[in-house]
Design a protein around this ligand. Structure first.
Ligand SMILES: [Zn+2]
Length: 461
């Protein structure tokens, strides 16, 4: 019988022999840019020629599932061992954002992995090919060591995440029985920092909206008309100032979250956001009385993303006829985004700002999700990671950013535990995207240890 440490060591030996890098090179070489309209064949080939065969080799049965949106199908794979054992659903995305080949540093290319010290450059190394490849490799390692996993696994891979996951939510609603599981364990996004293994349990939502004030046709000379005509820019600036104060505190009651739950506050107590090389955090910004971690992971933010009146590039001495602004609410679980517009309308009307129009933006709303940090699955995964790395992982109730976790947390009603293998400065979605070799190696150890432990725990149950 192989021990836990033998199994992890075998996985690390496989990694150190270059097998993981070789696999990643092959996968990164596939130009799976879902934002390119002619990429259909490459997207499909990633599933059919790359992931499917790899899963077959690990005893999975796989097939393609129609995409309800009409886009590229999903890959679904299953390894069923025993109905009395728990079932894990895992997820990844094989598509990447556009390569932007010309913008990479000289000597680098999005489609060829270049190793420079600890950095492994290439499009998708971090987001998300490297991450799901590590998880599938860890499953294969535990299987090779033990002959069976000791639990059941379902794998879902999509090829449209970078275009907003078209069809994913509808697929989860349609295939609820197929995807039935005890937990989602998946990897995407960054750790809190390169050196701190991290769990996150959901994501903040994002709701964008437009404000506009449109008073008349054409501009009028500010000398002849200043003092006589209402200025839309002034009205809009005052409207925004009534919604969020000069230090970023949200003033619209309906856009503020419920109090931070004690378990969330406790999980955030040892979290320090920020990254070396990143911008300095403004200590006096946001909701007073909250720590920086509470502000970005436990609270809502109202951001002015764009504001326009007159002609900002070439101002003229005229009262502009109109003004517009584009704003965003980043919101935590527990907020009802469908009530945001009505709350804003009522807020403006109460202040005599009926001239300010408010409308939801056309962009898709990202929903907010959050699993309670005290949930048994969180504690189980955290304990396993601590056993492998010797340190307690950071537990983020949710990411500050967004990902399609509502498909799993709401449509499938699963507890969701994400174990990211990247770090904040990975240049995801930008030129020079890279994975850190050291973090990937530790990620493989973490996942191998976790899958080993889940099989053991299931056998003992
Ligand atoms: Zn991405």
């Amino acid at each position: 019988m192989t021990t836990r440490s033998d199994t992890i060591q075998a996985a690390l030996d496989w990694f150190d022999a270059g097998h993981f890098l070789a696999e990643l090179r092959r996968r990164v070489a596939r130009r799976t840019e879902s934002q390119r309209s002619d990429a259909h064949d490459e997207l499909l080939a990633y599933l059919e020629d790359e992931i499917g065969p790899a899963l077959s080799g690990s005893g999975f049965a796989w097939r393609l599932l129609d995409n309800p949106s009409g886009g590229v199908p999903f890959l679904y794979a299953e390894r069923h061992e025993d109905v009395n054992r728990p079932t894990i659903l895992t997820y990844g995305h094989g598509d990447v954002v556009l390569g932007h080949d010309a913008q990479w540093r000289s000597g680098l290319s999005p489609w060829t992995v270049v190793v420079d010290g600890d950095r492994w450059y290439g499009r998708g190394t971090a987001d998300n090919k490297g991450q799901h490849s590590l998880n599938l490799a860890a499953l294969a390692q535990v299987l090779a060591a033990r002959g069976s996993l000791g639990f059941n696994v379902k794998v879902l891979l999509e090829m449209g995440e970078e275009t907003g996951s078209p069809g994913l939510r509808a697929l989860c609603e349609r295939e609820r029985a197929t995807f039935a599981a005890d937990v989602l364990i998946a990897s995407d996004g960054p750790r809190l920092s390169a050196h701190r293994p991290t769990l996150f349990l959901g994501s903040r939502g994002a709701f964008n909206f437009d404000l506009s004030v449109d008073l008349r046709e054409g501009a009028h000379h500010s000398g002849n008309w200043g003092g006589l005509l209402a200025n839309p820019g002034t009205i809009l600036a005052n409207a925004i100032a009534s919604m969020v104060d000069g230090r970023g505190r949200i003033l619209v009651e309906g856009l503020r979250p419920p109090p931070i739950p004690a378990s969330v506050r406790a999980a955030l107590a040892d979290i320090e956001p920020g990254e070396p090389g990143g911008p300095e955090i403004d200590r006096d910004w946001g909701e007073p009385g909250l720590t920086p971690a509470e502000r970005v992971f436990g609270w809502n933010a109202l951001e002015v993303l764009a504001f326009r009146t007159g002609n900002p590039e070439h101002p003229v001495n005229a009262i502009p006829p109109r003004a517009s602004a584009h704003l965003q609410v980043r919101f935590v679980a527990g907020c009802d985004h469908t009530a945001f517009i009505a709350a804003l309308r009522a807020h403006l009307d109460r202040r005599g700002l009926a001239a300010v129009r408010v409308a939801a933006a056309r962009s898709e709303v990202m929903r907010a999700t959050r699993l309670d940090p005290g949930h048994p699955w969180v504690q189980r995964v955290a304990a396993s990671i601590e056993r492998t790395t010797g340190a307690r992982p950071a537990i983020l109730p949710n990411l500050g950013g967004s990902l399609p976790n509502d498909c799993f947390a709401e449509a499938l009603a699963l507890p969701t535990v994400w174990i990211p293998h990247s770090y904040p400065a990975c240049s995801q979605h930008a030129p020079n995207e890279h994975l850190l070799g050291s973090v990937a190696r530790e990620g493989l150890a973490i996942m191998t240890g976790l899958f080993h432990d889940l099989g053991e725990a299931a056998a003992a149950e």
